[in-house]
Write a protein that binds this ligand. Structure first.
Ligand code: AP5
Ligand code: MG
Length: 220
C-alpha cells in the first residue's frame, strides 16, 4: 500500500503517521525528517536544505528528490510506504508517479487532513519534537507523559527552529501557494479522501481509518 498524508504544516501528518505505521506495518517517509537529518549531518546538500527550511521555504525539488529517491531505494519499502509531507509540488508528484511506475507500483490513496489556518498556528507554537524518532507533542494539546521527554525513547524534546510564529506563518503561506495544487493533481486521478483534522487525535485517527477502509474517494 502506498499512502500519502497530505495537509498543511501543523495539520497532524506526523502525529497520525505514528499510529498508521504501527497499524499497517509499513515505514513512514517524512521528507521533512530526511531533510533535517541531512542538515544535521552537515553535508553540502544538508546546508543548502537548512537555509530554505529555516526561512520556511520549500527545499528545491532537485535536492528533495535526491534525498527521497535514496530513501526509496532501501529494501524496507517493498510492502508499501506511508508518505508524510511529500510530494509538495506538482513536479514532485509527477516524478513520484514516474518512480512508482518503475517499481510497478502506484499511489493508492491520498489522505487530506483539513484544519483551519488559525488552528494550525496554535498547534505549531509550542510544539515539542523528539530529535531521535521525530514524534511530536504539545504542552497543552498533546503533552508527553513525562515533562519534555519522549514517551517512546525517553529523549529530551526540542522545539523545531522553523516553529517560530513568523516562520510557521510563512510555511502555511507557502503551502497554500505551492502545495495545494498537488491536491488538484490527485483529485483529478480520484485518489483523494478528505478528513477533518479538527477534534482530538483519536477522533482524527478514526476518520482516517474509515477513509482508508472506504472505496476510493471515501471521506470526500
Ligand atoms: P515538515 O517536517 O514536513 O513540516 P510541515 O509540513 O511543515 O509539517 P509539520 O511537521 O510542521 O506538521 P504535521 O502536519 O506533521 O503536524 P504534527 O503532527 O507535528 O517540513 C519541514 C520543512 O522541510 C518544510 O518547511 C520545507 O522547508 C522542507 N520540506 C519537507 N518536505 C519537503 C518537500 N517535499 N519539498 C520541499 N521541501 C520540503 O502536529 C502539529 C502539532 O499539533 C503537534 O504539537 C501535535 O501534538 C498537535 N496535534 C496534532 N494533532 C492534533 C489534534 N487532533 N488536536 C490537537 N493537537 C494536535
Ligand atoms: Mg511533521
Amino acid at each position: 500500500m502506498f499512502l500519502t498524508l497530505f495537509g498543511a504544516p501543523g495539520s497532524g501528518k506526523g502525529t497520525q503517521a505514528t499510529h498508521l505505521v504501527e497499524r499497517f506495518g509499513i515505514p513512514q517517509i517524512s521528507t521533512g525528517e530526511l531533510l533535517r537529518a541531512e542538515a544535521a549531518s552537515g553535508t553540502k546538500l544538508g546546508r543548502l536544505a537548512k537555509e530554505h527550511m529555516d526561512r520556511g521555504e520549500l527545499v528545491p525539488d532537485d535536492v528533495t528528490l535526491d534525498v527521497f529517491r535514496r530513501r526509496l531505494s532501501q529494501p524496507d519499502v517493498a510492502g508499501g510506504v506511508l508518505l508524510d509531507g511529500f510530494p509538495r509540488t506538482v513536479p514532485q508528484a509527477v516524478e513520484l508517479d514516474r518512480v512508482l511506475e518503475g517499481m510497478d507500483r502506484q499511489m493508492d490513496r491520498v489522505i487530506f487532513i483539513k484544519v483551519p489556518p488559525e488552528e494550525l498556528v496554535n498547534r505549531l507554537s509550542g510544539r515539542l519534537t523528539c530529535p531521535v524518532c521525530g514524534r511530536t507533542y504539545h504542552p497543552v494539546l498533546a503533552p508527553p507523559k513525562n515533562d519534555r521527554l519522549c514517551d517512546r525513547d525517553g529523549a529530551r524534546l526540542i522545539e523545531r527552529d522553523d516553529d517560530k510564529a513568523e516562520t510557521a506563518r510563512r510555511r502555511i503561506s507557502v503551502y497554500l501557494d505551492r502545495t495545494l495544487p498537488v491536491l488538484e493533481y490527485y483529485r483529478r486521478k480520484g485518489l483523494v479522501s478528505e478528513v477533518s483534522g479538527e477534534g482530538d487525535i483519536g477522533e482524527v485517527r478514526r476518520r482516517i481509518m474509515d477513509a482508508i477502509a472506504a472505496p476510493h474517494g471515501g471521506g470526500e
